[in-house]
Write a protein that binds this ligand. Structure first.
Ligand code: 3PG
Length: 308
């Protein structure tokens, strides 16, 4: 009997990406099932019930979803961050979780500049704005996305520095970013700070009052990582205390209304997480996910596992 593979995306892939994945699964002798734009999490539960593997994006793969997947062996997060998957429960059930690192990085990095320009140009209101050239850019974490952001910052004529205690000096050298020793230095010297830390128990709410209060005069914080890494109450407080601080984020904070009501001209939020929402990123991440699933189901190969 053909094994079933689920493509479950509340926020669908570009059609061309989805079609390529479906074709790959069919050619590999697997049976693809597509669940898109679902509204009720229960639909995800029932879709997982009879599949051997699943591709998801930011879809919440909870303990309940995993339990519903009686024959589930593998979940591939088509993307980088896997904070939406209960990796511990998956491990307990011997379900492998993988991601597709780097596949959508360029799209996210480009959006970081889209957000910077949005703020620099007064949200395209017609008011006179400023340019990025000659400004300082602080990249908070030099992973796949941060490295591209640093390189693009150079191309914009920005003065690029970065903070990342987990990577070697050669990574800073490769993307021509000056290494700053402390996170406080990054925040106090940068006109633009671009956040690229993952959401983990350690990073949630880690961008707090102490750090935010060090932001350079007129500084803009750009968040294409996760809303939850920001301590939102502290950010609200700082923006109330300092009329020079600006914030742009790919997906609104929980209390977006308060930000928009008080600081409308200094904040911008995308309506949905848009960083990886390009045809190219969808194709790269979707095809990588499909390849990983086929490699596992047909050859037993495990690639990019994140819950060893
Ligand atoms: C990621 O972690 O890869 C990005 O946040 C993309 O998320 P998305 O697939 O939901 O757009």
């Amino acid at each position: 009997m053909q094994e079933k593979v689920l493509i479950a995306t509340e926020k669908p892939f570009a059609e061309s990406a989805r079609k390529s994945m479906v074709k790959m699964f069919e050619e590999a002798g697997l049976k693809p099932v597509v669940l898109e734009k679902y509204k009720d999490p229960k639909d995800l539960l029932s879709a997982f019930s009879d599949v051997a593997a699943a591709v998801v994006r930011s879809d919440n793969v909870t303990k309940e979803v995993l339990e519903a997947g009686k024959g589930l062996k593998l979940v591939v997060r088509a993307g980088a961050g896997y904070d939406n998957i209960d990796c511990a429960s998956a491990k307990a059930r011997k379900v492998i979780v993988e991601n597709t690192p780097g596949q959508n990085s360029n799209a996210v990095a480009e959006l970081a500049f889209g957000l910077m320009i949005m703020i620099a140009r007064g949200k395209y209101s017609g008011k006179s704005g400023t340019e990025l050239r000659g400004k300082s850019l602080g990249v908070h974490a030099l992973g796949n996305i941060g490295k591209i952001v640093a390189s693009l910052g150079k191309a914009f004529g920005m003065d690029v520095c970065a903070f990342d205690p987990f990577v070697d000096q050669c990574v800073f050298d490769d993307c021509c970013a000056t290494r700053v020793k402390t996170i406080e230095d990054l925040y106090s010297t940068s006109d633009y700070i671009s956040l690229h830390i993952p959401k983990t128990p350690q990073t949630v709410k880690s961008i707090n009052y102490d750090l935010l209060s060090r932001m350079k005069k007129g500084g803009t914080l750009v968040n294409t990582a996760r809303a939850e890494v920001i301590h939102e109450e502290d950010l609200l407080r700082i923006m109330g205390e300092r009329s020079d601080v600006k914030y742009a984020s790919d997906i609104a904070p929980a209390n977006a209304a308060a930000f928009l009501e008080k600081f409308a001209d200094r904040v911008y939020f995308t309506p949905k997480k848009m960083g990886a929402q390009t045809a190219e990123a969808n194709t790269n991440a979707g095809i990588a996910a499909a390849r990983q699933i086929i490699a596992f189901l047909k050859e037993g190969k495990v690639l990019n596992q994140v819950n060893p």
